[in-house]
Ligand binder design. Structure first.
Ligand code: UDP
Ligand code: MN
Length: 260
């Protein structure tokens, strides 16, 4: 496993903040890779080691954003992805957003990291699930939305603290706005899932099913439009842009969660 230093030596063509664009042509795709993150150093190294060379081969104009949630708040994957979106568009005119779990390694170069006319679920075939789609409405792992699509659905919900539900909530939002989820063919959408020890602060959320019941209505008043957070530190590192953020669970949960 390469260290961050090894990686920096290998990936000399990167611009600060984990940015790259093809030389000699203008890419059609300006893509921000948004990684919700806390305390998974080894996995981040492994992902960057695989992802950067692949994205360069795909001739994308891209940047990698690691949105790192400070302790002690419970982990909120969806909100970190909203924050990654909000911070990335301040830095560059991105048109496509790939929301990317840190533990999923793409295995096929034909798995192009761009966006389509419909939101795309990328990680359809994962080794852990025998490269089969566990259920048809799955939208977790890695997904791709244009800026327009993401704004239309009001981003992800902010109220899913702990593990589970936020990806299914997004599926509901997407359908509610008249979009359909697309996928690449199963022999292309292949990922390897890295193993990890149980995390603290990301225990299954007992509210996840209850929250899902109102997912459609809540999309109107919970999401990008009500996003609140504090950036503790933003740094253009060699391999990625590090966004260290503080989330206040009490403050977030004051927003309305059920329809009137
Ligand atoms: N994650 C993280 N640190 C944590 C918990 C989660 O970085 O303590 C991020 C990471 O990107 C991970 C994603 O959230 O891939 C989803 O969490 P997890 O892999 O535990 O969920 P599962 O794949 O089991 O649904
Ligand atoms: Mn995982």
């Amino acid at each position: 496993m390469p260290t961050f230093q090894d990686l920096e030596k290998q990936l000399t063509k990167l611009e600060p903040g984990g940015r790259s664009r093809p030389s000699g042509c203008v890419s059609r795709h300006r893509v921000a890779i948004i990684i919700p993150y806390r305390n998974r150093d080894n996995q981040l190294r492994s992902l960057l080691h695989n992802l950067h060379p692949m994205l360069m081969r795909q001739q994308l104009d891209y940047g990698v954003y690691v949105v790192d949630e400070a302790l002690p708040s419970r982990f909120n994957r969806a909100m970190l992805m909203n924050i990654g979106y909000a911070e990335a568009i301040k830095l560059y005119d991105y048109q496509c957003f790939i929301f990317h779990d840190v533990d999923l390694i793409p295995q096929d170069d034909r798995l192009i990291y761009n966006c389509s006319t419909q939101p795309r679920h990328m990680s359809a075939a994962i080794d852990k699930f025998n490269y089969e789609l566990p259920y048809k409405t799955l939208f977790g792992g890695v997904s791709a939305l244009t800026r327009k699509q993401f704004v239309a659905v009001n981003g992800f919900s902010n109220i899913y603290f702990g593990w589970g539900g936020e990806d299914d909530d997004m599926f509901v939002r997407i359908k509610a706005k008249g979009y359909n989820v697309t996928r690449y063919p199963m022999h292309i959408a292949r990922y390897r899932m890295l193993k990890h020890k149980p995390d603290t602060g990301n225990e299954p959320n007992p509210m996840r099913s209850a929250n899902l019941r109102h997912a459609k209505e809540r999309a109107e008043y919970d999401g990008l439009s009500t996003l609140k957070y504090k950036v503790l530190h933003l740094e253009l590192k060699a391999l990625y842009t590090w966004v260290h953020v503080e989330i206040n669970e009490t403050q977030i949960m004051q927003v309305r969660r059920t329809p009137p």
